[in-house]
Design a protein around this ligand. Structure first.
Ligand SMILES: Nc1ncnc2c1ncn2[C@@H]1O[C@H](COP(=O)(O)OP(=O)(O)OP(=O)(O)O)[C@@H](O)[C@H]1O
Ligand SMILES: [Mg+2]
Length: 314
């Protein structure tokens, strides 16, 4: 059985069911996944595809990380000691070339010729993403009172009372379709609640990474999509560097529409790029400016965030 990212978009309970189901199957399977917990539960052998090569490791994800790091350290030491050896020989050969020791020098040249040169190992690493500091908001970021939402007969939630304080990181859990995204949209002010009220704190500015990436204009080219406003402080090179920090781009950023890149991972990457471009606090509404960072993105990219996080990690 070949499974390509089977747990994407599944809620936690369904993911857990799938994990158990697959772990108990007698058949062999190959699974592509970005979910390290899922991999650890289901797999017992790991292939790493990096720098154009496949390396096989015994065990699941956790063991792979340990073995990979050990292997890197070992390869780096081997590479360094070979480099030192080669430099010593070359130095000897250079000095001895015109002198009496040319015979020994020649044999060293032969040794070097026969030597299998090691490649400098490269480390598997995440993108170099940095978030800027943000201005300090009031102590209470959101205050919800008897909040409720229905679409016609479809009642999503009611009677929600909560405060989100500055610096808190809140995860919203719930099966698919229960109203998590709707709640975020209400917090942002993009949707009016059908009951109750939501108050945003002083100096609260939102940053929002939309689950469906609707923020990125579908019909625009990739460059334009993440760079929608003429901003003299930004150059095309700055935007290219921003995209480049998510890995080498596929396709032509200037001419290709971002929808043509939908097939790959680009929407998510560009979503993050877009988010990063806009995460500098900017007031959305000057009377009641909210500050709020909502992210759903891979581990690693949220680590530099200062502020409040709401969202659902896969
Ligand atoms: N504008 C709308 N009009 C009518 N129904 C809507 C609207 N927006 C969302 N819904 C419905 O409300 C429910 C909750 O949607 P929402 O996207 O908030 O769920 P979710 O918890 O984020 O789900 P998922 O885990 O799949 O992301 C769904 O049944 C959806 O079809
Ligand atoms: Mg949602």
């Amino acid at each position: 059985m070949l499974l390509d990212e089977p747990s994407n978009h599944l809620d936690i309970d369904t993911t857990r069911w799938l994990e158990n189901y697959l772990a108990n199957q007698p058949q062999g399977m190959i699974i592509v996944s970005h979910d390290r917990y899922f991999l650890d539960k289901v797999t017992n052998k790991t292939f790493e595809l990096h720098a154009g090569k496949i390396t096989s490791y015994p065990g699941g994800y956790k063991q792979y990380v340990r073995l990979r790091d050990e292997r890197f350290e070992r390869q780096l030491k081997e590479w360094e000691s070979q480099k030192e050896f080669v430099e010593k020989q070359e130095e000897y050969i250079r000095r001895a070339h015109y002198g009496q020791m040319s015979k020994q020098a020649q044999s060293r040249v032969k040794v070097l010729d026969k030597l299998d040169r090691l490649e400098k190992p490269t480390k598997v690493s995440g993108p170099a993403i940095q978030f800027h500091d943000v201005t300090r908001s009031g102590d209470v970021v959101f205050h919800a009172e008897d909040l409720g939402m229905s679409y016609g007969d479809l009642k999503l939630f009611s009677g929600l009372n909560f405060d989100v304080k500055r610096g808190q990181r809140v995860g919203i859990l719930g099966p698919n379709g229960t109203g998590k995204t709707t709640l975020l949209r209400i917090l942002l002010g993009d949707e009016e609640p059908s009951e109750g009220l939501i108050r945003r704190g002083h100096l609260v500015f939102p940053g929002y990474l939309d689950q469906h990436l609707k923020l990125l204009p579908e019909e625009e080219t990739v460059l334009k999509a993440i760079w929608p406003e003429p901003d003299p402080s930004l150059t095309e090179q700055t935007m290219r560097n921003l995209l480049g920090s998510f890995g080498p781009p596929r396709g032509n950023l200037r001419s290709e529409g971002r929808s043509s890149l939908r097939r790959g991972k680009e929407p998510g990457r560009f979503g993050e790029a877009y988010h990063r471009r806009y995460e500098r606090p900017r007031p959305r509404r000057t009377d009641e400016p909210p500050r709020f960072v909502g992210l759903r993105c891979p581990r690693g990219s949220v680590e530099g965030v200062r502020g409040n996080l709401l969202g659902r990690q896969p």
